[in-house]
Design a protein around this ligand. Structure first.
Ligand SMILES: [Zn+2]
Ligand SMILES: [Zn+2]
Length: 345
């Protein structure tokens, strides 16, 4: 089979590998249909971040946002059958460390080792364990292309779980960054009844994508922030930019809450007046990965699809053939798209 490999020297190339086979009774073999490139993949390629402490830079097949068709199953697999359309949760945990036992598998001590990132979805076939495989409903009509959104959305559902007690539908929300994650947060909040959403984004191209969503979102450039008059009850940072966060913090309402949701480069720092946080009783929260949220994400993504909120053209998502990987990464680099999705087969 063909796969897109990131070498130890950080070079991408299509290589030929043997097709992975069922070994364990819980294994599921999947013919990959679509696989998206995530911002985290770009950071890994550029070595901006080491997402997990035990993550080592070896040759690897990236791609953790993918869908496909089940082509073989191990002898104990019951939840999916050959021919099922499925989306994949790439994350695993050991189930035994102190974090797993506290119900926090996303902080698992063995996370970096167990994470299926050395054999990701940028390949024609993947073998993965049954608990990581989620069946897409037949009648939902969710396309396998749009199904790649289940993984990033499962992380957003986690962020929502953390922040929701601080939010109500009349909250004034500031979303920093109109990349795909900012757009998905915006769409999800809109679906949940939020109508006072402002998106702050430096790129005019991305601001235009946000306007075209037609959700009546206020769109601002962060450099105009001095003229902003609004205050915000909730800020979700999807930008990773210290400047954007600092500007947003100045606009927070008393009792406001901040969700740090981007991938932050190692050693990113903020300059803030700590008394400001204290006097305004601000709460700053973080969120990582998707513990116990994938199933709810599949339902949410199917609902969003039915409500025409996953229109790839509107969201600035572009589908590429596998062979066009150089063009896809160039477009991502130049920020002329919000996300690249590969049609694998
Ligand atoms: Zn991702
Ligand atoms: Zn664990």
């Amino acid at each position: 089979m063909q796969a897109l490999q990131l070498s130890r020297e950080q070079r991408l190339s299509i290589i030929t590998l043997p097709k992975p086979q069922i070994v364990n009774p819980t294994d599921v073999q999947i013919r990959v249909a679509f696989c998206a490139v995530c911002g985290t993949d770009l950071h890994i390629i550029k070595k901006h971040v080491i997402p997990f402490e035990k993550f080592e830079y070896e040759s690897r097949i990236l791609g953790h946002e993918f869908t496909g068709i089940v082509t073989a199953i191990g002898e104990t697999v019951r939840s999916v059958c050959i021919g099922d359309r499925v989306a994949i949760d790439p994350n695993t945990s050991c189930g035994r460390c102190k974090f797993c036992l506290r119900g926090r598998p996303n902080h698992c001590e063995k996370y970096g080792k167990m994470l299926n990132r050395s054999n990701g979805g940028l390949a024609e076939y993947v073998v993965i364990s049954e608990p990581q495989v989620y069946k897409l409903s037949k009648d939902g009509g969710l396309g396998l292309a749009e199904g790649v959104i289940c993984e990033p959305m499962s992380c957003i559902v986690r962020g929502w779980d953390i922040i929701k007690s601080r939010a109500s539908s009349d909250s004034r929300v500031l979303i920093n960054g109109a990349g795909i994650i900012g757009l998905l947060w915006t769409s999800m909040l809109y679906m949940k009844g939020f109508r006072n959403i402002t998106v702050s984004e430096p790129s005019e191209f991305r601001r235009e994508i946000t306007r075209k969503l037609g959700l009546n979102i206020k769109v601002r450039s962060p450099t105009d922030s001095n003229q902003w008059t609004d205050r915000y009850d909730l800020m979700v940072d999807c930008s990773g930019s210290s400047k954007a966060i600092e500007a947003g913090l100045e606009r927070m309402e008393y009792g406001g809450a901040v969700m740090m949701f981007a991938v932050y480069a190692k050693d990113s720092q903020l300059q803030l007046d700590l008394s400001y946080i204290q006097k305004r009783e601000l709460t700053v929260m973080g969120s990582i990965i998707d513990p116990f949220t994938y199933k709810r994400s599949v339902t949410l993504v199917e609902d969003m699809y039915k409500s025409n909120m996953l229109n790839f053209d509107k969201l600035g998502v572009k589908v590429y053939s596998f062979e066009d990987f150089e063009a896809a990464f160039k477009d991502l680099d130049e920020r002329t798209i919000s996300k690249a999705v590969f049609k694998i087969q």
